[in-house]
Write a protein that binds this ligand. Structure first.
Ligand code: 4AD
Ligand code: MG
Length: 447
């Protein structure tokens, strides 16, 4: 029986007869030649039908194929450097065809440029385009690399709840849901608080799953449902946390470079800077970052840029500030020691400087900005209670969390890496909405 192959492995079958199953992405005819660009889910490959080599009926069938028709093609693999496939360099000389369905001829995502709203309304079909296919294959590899690094470095996967009784990352972005006789419950903004319980049983843990924020911002970096991996580590301070993060992120990037070259090439991603990603990453304090911004503002002649870079000590950085900072470095840069007032309630205060906390964000280069937020956590029960009260959070809902600080409290730290922002950066794309199969934003829940 002729082997059924995956197009990603086509190089292993040069000069052999094979079968592929997939969909017609494009068809062009030049007299006695018909070129089909076929995608099988694993790649795209050009298949060539020559009239004189085929039974008349088969050739007629090939001529009838519309975009998205589902087919099984039998043919001989030939090396051809001009082939437009992904991976390129191969084509299939068709010897046989089986049609599953001739697709309806009013396919909405015909091969032309589409507006973003149209593409998003047709997300269920847009996924079939090479760009979207490449991005989501890279996303899958990012997730594989994440689990691979954590699983081999002593982290236990703990699945944390999605339905939660209280806020963890500020009360303004909570999705509320009625919860039987208990009143209101909230979709999880983070699994961190539960992982802080988990480390006292397992030492190093992580959760990896969807996270929900009722973000009212319409930026290219915000989704209302995004995926986050959150490692949490017992006996770990801020410096050790940064060491973990730089190893982790380097592994992810190097794994994608190793396994997803055809996809990166099809996205025309310049990987020069990605190839340089390895520990250590530069580290600057928030204070130094503020000085750097003041200097950049001083140096620019562009009045618009000057306006955008305006900044005062004590605020959180916006996208333009982060973009300007990351352009000063080739690698991701750590910014640590943010003002306590702009960060979450659970962060350990800086020793002798309570207006600053032991937080660290990792900003991705090339203007991408924050992909990780993390910190050392408050380990004293008194300090933590005080912060909960200052933030006017309902004490009763945090009883269990406070109790963690009474039975064997230790310095501990953790971070959350946003999957979609990381994929955007690695793929070099503009908007985060293309990095998740079905994006959820402030004005979109369809399809
Ligand atoms: O900085 P954040 O809010 O940190 C936390 O949630 C901590 N509890 C994590 C921890 O320490 N365990 O979010 C972490 C990361 C951000 O750096 C960003 O990459 C991503 O999650 N993120 C978003 N991604 C897409 N859309 C949004 N609305 C996001 N909000 C945060
Ligand atoms: Mg953050």
């Amino acid at each position: 029986m002729t082997p059924l192959i995956r197009v990603e492995n086509i190089a292993d079958y040069t000069e052999q007869e094979i079968r592929i199953r997939g969909w017609v992405y494009n068809r062009t005819r030049k007299g006695k030649l018909v070129f089909l660009l076929v995608r099988d889910g694993y790649g795209f490959v050009q298949c060539v039908a020559f009239k004189n080599d085929l039974p008349a009926e088969t050739f007629e069938d090939i001529v009838r194929l519309t975009q998205e028709s589902s087919v099984e093609i039998t043919g001989i693999v030939r090396a051809d450097s001009r082939s437009p496939g992904i991976p390129g360099g191969f084509e299939i000389g068709i010897t046989g065809l089986k049609i599953y369905q001739i697709a309806a001829d009013d396919y909405p995502m015909a091969l032309k440029e589409h507006g973003v709203d149209f593409a998003l309304d047709n997300r269920h079909l847009w996924l079939r385009m090479p760009s979207q296919w490449a991005i989501l294959r890279i996303r899958a590899t990012v997730l594989t690399a994440i689990r691979e690094w954590l699983d081999t470095n002593g982290y236990i996967n703990m699945d944390t709840p999605i339905i939660t009784p209280a806020a963890a990352e500020g009360t303004t972005t909570l999705f509320e849901t009625p919860y039987f006789d208990e009143g209101a419950a909230y979709l999880a903004q983070t699994g961190q608080l539960y992982n802080e319980a988990n480390i006292f049983a397992f030492s190093k843990v992580y959760c990896l799953g969807p996270t929900f924020r009722a973000e009212k911002s319409k930026t290219r970096r915000h989704l209302t449902e995004f995926w986050m991996v959150e490692p949490e580590v017992a006996f770990c301070d801020l410096d050790e946390l940064m060491e973990i993060e730089e190893q982790f992120v380097s592994h992810i990037v190097q794994r994608v470079l190793r396994d997803r070259q055809p996809e990166l090439a099809s996205l025309e991603r310049d990987t020069t800077l990605l190839e340089k990603i390895s520990p250590p990453f530069p580290r600057i304090s928030y204070d130094e970052a503020v000085e750097m911004l003041a200097r950049l503002r001083e140096e620019t002649d562009d009045p618009e840029e000057k306006e955008l870079l305006a900044f005062e000590w004590g605020s959180d950085f916006g996208a333009p500030h982060e973009a300007a900072l990351t352009k000063q470095f080739e690698k991701p840069v750590f910014v640590y020691g943010y003002p306590t007032a702009v960060k979450a309630f659970y962060m350990e205060p800086w020793p002798g400087r309570p207006e600053v906390c032991k937080s660290v964000d990792l900003l991705a280069p090339e203007g991408y900005g924050e992909i990780i937020g993390g910190s050392e956590r408050i380990s004293s029960p008194e300090k933590l209670l005080q912060r909960i009260q200052e933030h006017q959070l309902p004490e009763a809902a945090y009883q269990w969390y406070l109790e963690l600080r009474r039975f064997g409290s230790v310095p501990h730290s953790g971070f959350g890496l946003g999957i979609e922002r990381t994929v955007s950066w690695i793929c070099g794309i503009h908007h985060i909405r293309e990095t998740i199969p079905f994006p959820r934003t402030i004005n979109r829940v369809y399809p």
